[in-house]
Each structure stands twice: as structure tokens, then as C-alpha cells.
Ligand binder design. Sequence first.
Ligand SMILES: Cc1cc2nc3c(=O)[nH]c(=O)nc-3n(C[C@H](O)[C@H](O)[C@H](O)COP(=O)(O)OP(=O)(O)OC[C@H]3O[C@@H](n4cnc5c(N)ncnc54)[C@H](O)[C@@H]3O)c2cc1C
Length: 470
Amino acid sequence: MSKNPIHIIGGGLAGSEAAWQAAEAGVPVILHEMRPVRGTDAHKTDGLAELVCSNSFRSDDAENNAVGLLHAEMRLAGSLIMSAGDANQVPAGGALAVDRDGFSDAVTKKLEAHPLITIEREEVPGLPPAEWDQTIIATGPLTAPSLAQSIAEATGADALAFFDAIAPIIHFDTIDMDTCWFQSRYDKVGPGGTGKDYINCPMDKDQYLAFVQALVDGQKTEFKQWEGTPYFDGCLPIEIMAERGVETLRYGPMKPMGLTNAHNPTVKAYAVVQLRQDNALGTLYNMVGFQTKLKHAEQVRVFRTIPGLENADFARLGGLHRNTYINSPTLLDGSLQLKSRPGLRFAGQITGCEGYVESAAIGLLAGRFAAAERLGHTPSLPPLTTAFGALLNHITGGHIVSDDEPGKRSFQPMNVNFGLFPPVEAVKIEGKRLRGKDKTVAKRHAITSRALQDCREWLGVPAQTAEAAE
Ligand SMILES: Cc1cc2nc3c(=O)[nH]c(=O)nc-3n(C[C@H](O)[C@H](O)[C@H](O)COP(=O)(O)OP(=O)(O)OC[C@H]3O[C@@H](n4cnc5c(N)ncnc54)[C@H](O)[C@@H]3O)c2cc1C
């Protein structure tokens, strides 16, 4: 076995987990963390795996919630982030919230004590030298500027850090297709299209005027941090367009041209909200041109006034924040490796996942993949039916890249959610088809039990240990 170490740049959620997984697999690791030599705009300590904002890992319900399921899978995989989180839990109802200092201390101590891990407190200013033949970059949304610049040059992006205005994403099965219809504007087929690629939600004049007013009046998030970072390609928040004039949206993302309401062909819609398929499975649709900095509760309230979206369940709400991430679906292979430079992997938020737990989960996978290669094995990828696999697939391939928004970055960060999983067959109880809430709950249970079973098989974890871990 080669004793060459794996280098991991960044000791945040992803880098710490990656280091742990690789070392536990028997491979030496050098973890390079720049704090306290150099800080970021959000980190306050020199601890590894510092939580920069909330202290919550969100729901711990593995049966009904996708992030809870990811917790369970990570525990099965021997996650350091989960064991330190469990050991430092504070009361938070159904969520797993942690004492942030206790958590970060626990991670730091475990990594410092591991015989195969060396921690070097230094900034890595550019791409790794050639002799670092297995490296994981896990430098997060606040990657130090000089490394960000080198990554941008190597990946062909003009910029990696920007104000990121993101549009909401909706679960397809909560859209009322008796009101909405599938049609592309002017029935254009386009590359890979069918002429029916969008879901259209029609509005009459009164509905449109009320909607524009609600956008103008809606509560917005304050955004003072990092002012001066540019908007990406002028992808303006929708409420800013609404403020520019009552007709602006009707001549922009809500234009009704080239569309005929399949349910009511003789009545022309005054305005139309379009939704576009967001993942290859067709379970998620994004609201086209609906980048927004409305507060989350306001988004739910205002967007549910759109005809057809009255019961919409949002897989992700819109938002505005500084971020740094690469265009992973184009740049990375299935094991998170830069296609143009084998041996160099990315992990954490910089790959385009979103959230503490998701970042750590992608770190876990990257650490395992790099260690497998170092030991001369082909990395074993998690099944798509697991939370690990669903999230990895979103990053490395499941997302649909949009050709019709030139200049816009169509791949956007995402939390783990049930829309990323392959659908399950219709669920029946005692031969009866379920409807409404019962159907949603039964589908979730079917997805989560399938995921845990497949995850155990992938990890080779016997059922008894698995039950203890859940
Ligand atoms: C302001 C802010 C608030 C957030 N709030 C939340 C929240 O409340 N809940 C949530 O789930 N998610 C939140 N996120 C999103 C995300 O989950 C976190 O950023 C998470 O920490 C990402 O994990 P990571 O390991 O990818 O990056 P980080 O945890 O940020 O780790 C990256 C590490 O790399 C180091 N580093 C950077 N550049 C270099 C370099 N060149 N050389 C060496 N080391 C380097 C940094 O010091 C840092 O320790 C937030 C993000 C931001 C920016």
C-alpha cells in the first residue's frame, strides 16, 4: 500500500468529515486549514467544523424528512460530524441542534488525536502542486480569494463568488395540473425538448395586478453583508423588476406570448408564470426568472396565490447570499473528481450542495472515494435511491443544464430533498390507492425505507448495527 497522504484543503464541515473517512480507511491525511492564520467574513474561531450561522442540523426524522434520512445514512457510514453532533446535542424538538463550541471542539480533538491525520494551519494559495496526487478541495462558500481565482482559471469560469439570487423549486406532484398545462412558448421544440417542456400557470388581469402589488409590498430580507459583490449576470430579483413598473414582469419572465391555455383555449392569459423541469427525474420544477429576496414565509404566501400553485410544496425557497461554487455537473465526474485533472476532488458547499449536513455528506463521500483510489480500488458510488446517491447525483449529473438562459448559471445549490430521489410506485394500503396527505406520507416512508436498506447494502453494514445507528 502506498503511504502517500491525501491532502485536504479546508477543515470545515466537508474537509473534517473527508479527513476522518480517509484516515479511518487506513490512508494518511494532511488537512490544511487556513484559520487562524487567515480568517473569513463569517468564521469566528480557529476550531475545525465551525458552524458559521445557525446551530441546527435540521430535522432528525429519518422516516419523514430527507435531511433526517441523510443523518441516518451518515451515522451508518461512521460519520465524525454526526457522532460529534449527537454527543453535543441541545434540545430542539424534532431537529438535531448542537452546542456549537462543544461540537467544533469534539471534531477538532478527534482529528488531532487520529494517528493518520496531520493538521497544518496554513492557507493554500492556489491549486495543489503536482506531487499532491490525491487532493480534496473543501474550502466552502468563503474560499480564500487567491485559491478561488486559481479554481476559476482552471475551470474556465469568469467568477466563482457572487451574489447568488436563487429561484424557488417546487415538487411536481403538488402542482395543480387541472389549472396549469404543459407547453413551450410557440411550441418550440429546441435541443432535447418536446415542445411541452414548461408548466404554465395562467393569470387574469386582476390576479396579475394583485400579484405585482404583493411582490412590491412583501417583506424583503435585509442584505448588508458583502455589499459590493456583483449580482451574477444581472439576474435581478423579481420584486426589483416589479418595483420598476407594473408592466415590467408582463414583458419579462411573466409574458403570456406564444401560449394557449389547454384547459381554456379561447381565453388568453394576461400573464403566465412558467415552471421548468429542474432534475432529470422530472420530480422538481423551478420558477423561471423568479429569483427573489422576499422573506421565506412571504414567498410561500405570495407564490401560493399563483393559480395552480395554491398547494405548492417548495423543495427550496429563493434567496440571496454570497456563495462560491463550481459548475459541478459539467466539471466533475461521478466520484467528484475534476475531469480535467484526475486525483483532484471537490467536496462540500463548493460543489453546489447547500447546508451543513449536505456539505459534510459530500465530504464523507469524497474522503471515501479518494481513500479507495489510494488503496488501489475503484470508488464504489452510493445507489441513486439513497440520500447520499440522490445528493451526489444532483451535483454530478442529475440536474438539467438550461440552454435557454444564456449567461445565467443554471446549476444552483440545493439542500437534500425528496424530489432528488427516483419516485416510488403508487403506494396502496389494503389494496386501496391513497390520496392527499396519506399518499404523501406513504410515499415518503417508501422512499426512506428503500434508501436505508440500499445504503446498508452499499456500506456492507449488517442490519443489527444499522438499527442501532438509526
Ligand atoms: C454566512 C453563511 C451562513 C450560513 N448559514 C448556514 C446555516 O445556518 N445552516 C446551514 O445548514 N448552512 C449554512 N450555510 C451554508 C453551508 O452549510 C456552510 O457554509 C458550511 O459551513 C459549508 O461547509 P464546507 O465544509 O463546504 O465549508 P466551510 O465549513 O466554510 O469550510 C471551509 C474551510 O476552508 C477554509 N479555507 C478556505 N479557503 C482556504 C484556503 N485557501 N486554504 C486553507 N483553508 C481554506 C475555511 O477557513 C473553512 O474552515 C451558510 C453559509 C454562509 C456563507
